[in-house]
Design a protein around this ligand. Sequence first.
Ligand code: FEO
Length: 400
Amino acid sequence: MYNSIKLSESVDWVGVNDKETDLFESLWPLPEGIAYNSYIINDEKVALIDTVKINYTDSYLEKVKDVIGDKKVDYLIINHMEPDHSGSIKSIREAYPDVKIVGNAKTMNFLEGFYGITDGTKVIKDGDELDLGSRSLKFYLTPMVHWPETMMTFDQKDKILFSGDAFGGFGSLNGYLFDDEVNVDHFEEEIRRYFSNIIGKYGPVVHKTISRLVEEIETIEMIAATHGLVWRKDPAHIIEEYDRWSQQKTEEGVVVVYGSMYGNTKIMAEAVARSLSENGIEDIKLFDVSRKDISFIINDIWKYKGIVLGSCTYNNEIFPPMEYLLKSLESRNLRDRVLGIFGSYSWSGGSLARLQSFKEKVHCDLVEPSIESQFAPRGDILEKCYLLGKNVAQTVKEKC
Ligand code: FEO
């Protein structure tokens, strides 16, 4: 067992690892777990930065005590009020009754609403600084990355950016903490799955925020987010990744997703995928939307330029799991993809019309033919599927 981990002489990680929660936000599977990172700055004044989910309060308080002994916590800085980070605020206040809770005006609204706390607070504005003795902290308000009250805190002495959820990822910390202690390639999928599902909707705001931080902060030695690795060897790497994803910049490759009750739509999807392969696409992902959690599908859609969506019809409408995926992509403002669509039905259409309305809601280039098949797909339909695959492959290659 390990407790705190040093980031610098006066800054420690005092976070916890969650391998027990199955669904983050009761939505997103956590096959690799997740970390809730909190940090403590032990200067003349002591400042805690964010807390941890309520389930882990006891071990969290032990870690804090291990670092500061009999000293008290002077400030609790709240970069983000989502309960995976704010869940231990009340316990910190009980353990350290004089602690000043530091946040912006919006933070205070959440603080009262979630925990009934209205006193012992300090409201800061964008650009304000807080003196801890040998260093001062500077605050950057970053609304909608990804909640209204989100902000970041910069330690101007050690040049550590405590960034809240930004630059974080899924996956617990299995003994390691820093990017130079692991092969970061191994984490890319879970970081992008976190970004695309949790933060991706706010891409334009994230891009604007990153541009501002890069312009205003001359040197960032470390990025310490509330989830995932601390980036000290190559903080520019995670900044570049987040910036790229926030702008929906993609790679050559195609994600084919189908919804199929009895296998007929699946046959069409496999024909499209075979054609993609014959036409030079090496990265092809083929998903059954009923059986793959959509967070993994959205992760790959965030990576690749091409998407082909095919669905059967169910009660005159599109197949319900496909509807969930379409709504999720629409709400994330998907754009700049090469899109192919096809639908199937037995006694009434419906799925292709919904896929066409999806096309109208996202800013993607539709590649023809759009295909609608009745009953089992026969030769002429499969020829169209091959043509769709060929046209998607060519358009993806032209645009990448
Ligand atoms: Fe990790 Fe938005 O909470």
